[in-house]
Ligand binder design. Structure first.
Ligand code: G16
Length: 544
């Protein structure tokens, strides 16, 4: 076995963000850049010799090259076995499934999620621990510390491994096992949902659906599950072949970037149901005929209807949502008499709560929903959950959501993103907010009176770890909120996110466009933060 130890020097920009290390492809292609980060992951681990890792990615540009580099580095570092998805493909949820099912040491996911792909676009690396979830902060901090001290890495001098055919081969002493990318995941979905009932529903001739895989990783999963196992007609899945550049699109399932699907579902011959997932398959967008389901509402509806689903009939232990996610789920939790946890943005914060049995369902405003079946958010799982509810209730998506608002009230919600803002201007905006924070309590702005204003800090109830500076919240006495945060996943300048929420209990006022319902709060956000002046932008770049 020919192990080479190559000397290197640290790169100062390898601090993992909200979800792993994300940079443009040319950054990753610099000599030693990917290798340094992978070696830093390995150096931060203990007792991994002879252990098994899962490896796969969303199929984006540079996926195949990176898979080969990582395989050779894992072999040189003494791992015993790597389970790699066929063609190097594994969605983020499918990786979590494999880590848990085969009880591996951990896994590496190659993805920059919903960010565009291609030679000058983005790439990313995430490390997941043995519970199947994203590495918690103490692990990502250790990886970063290693990346700042690294002076060499190990790699095997060997030819590339065949990852296109299922089966096992040897790379030095290490076994490379190429696994079917879809079957373990599909099997788990079948154990949670009533596939017979959904099959009947989808083949009844009374219900039409459209799923857009946006040329990203969920194509093979969606073809197998919706068309082959559940009987939906061929063609139900659009853009189902993963492409290295995602077809030039932006695989972010929201009303802006999934525009083709939106056109179909809001068009003349609209199907009853539309859904999309993102680059690596963990996000979801749910649409009814000419009707958009806000992700925060989606979490609340799933929680309220969980008893209809075989895998959740035993009840929910609790619900968790990220801080900027609307408080709609809190209302369901209160009615069910269960706890609702508010965590910082980032799926990694849900892992401890799920491992400790405190929560069953989790969700985020950023189009992420999931449960304790794995430790990642899960796009197709959410679509199947909705299909199962629709098959049982035999009502439209819109009827189900409106009905929910009548019962619980409506949390009007919107997120305004200002992308690629000059970083120092974005920092100034946040610093200014920090300065005025202590002066806001008790102040009135039109009909809104500030009840509290703080920089969100979270103490993990399981391990006591503290995460500070997670976003500035301005809460009003009527339950409305404005939250300001800088994104931790962008790769160009800074992205300012402004989250707006107000509560409307009266069904007579629940049909407004959220931008209209939130008009005063939108103006108020600008008044306190000087958004337009400091970002030099008249409008947000994306509104969801
Ligand atoms: C990641 C995280 C999510 C988070 C989202 C947005 O999603 O897993 O928990 O909500 O980023 O983060 P930010 O607001 O910092 O950009 P994904 O799908 O990109 O991995």
């Amino acid at each position: 076995m020919n192990v080479c130890t190559l000397s290197t020097h640290p790169f100062n920009d390898q601090k993992p963000g909200t979800s792993g290390l994300r940079k443009s492809v040319p950054v990753f292609q610099q000599p030693h850049y990917l290798e340094n980060f992978i070696q830093s992951i390995f150096n931060s681990l203990q007792d991994y010799k002879g252990q098994t890792l899962v490896l796969g990615g969303d199929g984006r540009y540079y996926n195949r090259e990176a898979i080969q580099i990582i395989l050779k580095m894992a072999a040189a570092n003494g791992f015993g076995r790597i389970k790699v998805g066929q063609h190097g493909i594994l969605s983020t949820p499918a990786t979590s499934v494999a880590i848990r099912k085969y009880q591996t040491f951990g896994g590496i996911i190659l993805s920059a999620s919903h960010n565009p792909a291609g030679p000058t676009e983005d790439f990313g690396v995430k490390y997941n621990i043995d519970n199947g979830g994203p590495a918690p902060e103490k692990v990502t901090e250790a990886i970063y510390a290693q990346s700042q001290a690294i002076d060499s890495y190990k790699i095997l001098d060997a030819s590339d491994v065949d990852v296109d055919n299922l089966g096992e081969s040897k790379l030095g002493e290490m076994v490379v096992e190429v696994i079917d990318s879809v079957s373990d995941y599909a099997e788990l979905m079948e154990s949670l949902f009533d596939f017979d009932r959904i099959h009947q529903f989808l083949t009844s001739g009374h219900f039409g659906m459209c799923f857009d895989a946006l040329h990203a990783v969920t194509g093979p999963y969606a073809h197998r599950i919706f068309e082959q196992l559940l009987g939906a007609p061929t063609g139900t899945v659009r853009n189902g072949t993963p492409l290295e550049d995602f077809g030039g699109g932006h695989p972010d399932p929201n009303l802006v970037y999934a525009h083709d699907l939106v056109k179909i579902v809001f068009g003349e011959q609209a199907p009853d149901f539309g859904a999309a997932s993102d680059g690596d398959g963990d996000r979801n967008m749910i649409l009814g005929r000419r009707f958009f389901v806000n992700p925060s509402d989606s979490l609340a509806v799933l929680a309220a209807n969980a008893k209809l689903i075989p895998g959740y009939q035993g009840g929910l232990a609790g619900i968790a949502r990220s801080m900027p996610t609307s408080q709609a789920a809190d209302r369901v939790a209160a009615k069910l008499g269960i706890d609702c946890y508010e965590t910082p943005t980032g799926w990694k914060f849900f892992g401890n709560l799920m491992d400790a049995g405190r929560v069953t369902l989790c969700g985020e405003e950023s189009f992420g929903t999931g449960s304790n079946h794995i430790r990642e958010k899960d796009g197709l799982w959410a679509v199947l959950f909705w299909l199962n509810i629709l098959a049982v209730r035999q009502q439209s998506v819109e009827q189900i959501v409106r009905n929910h608002w009548q019962t619980y009230g409506r949390n009007y919600y919107s997120r305004h993103d200002y992308e690629a803002v000059n970083s120092s201007r974005a920092d100034t905006l946040m610093e200014n907010l920090h300065k005025i924070m202590p002066t806001l309590k008790g102040k009135s702005f039109g009909r809104y009176e500030v009840e509290y204003c703080d920089d969100f800090s979270y103490t993990d109830p399981i391990d006591g770890s503290v995460s500070q500076h997670q976003g500035i919240r301005i809460g009003f006495t009527d339950g409305s909120r404005i939250v300001f945060r800088l994104s931790g996943t962008g790769t160009h300048g800074a992205t300012l996110r402004v989250y707006l929420e107000s509560y409307e209990p009266d069904p007579a006022y629940q049909s407004l466009d959220p931008q209209v319902a939130l008009k005063e709060l939108i103006a108020l956000a600008d008044e306190v933060a000087h958004i337009h002046e400091l970002t030099c932008m008249a409008e947000p770049t994306v509104i969801t």
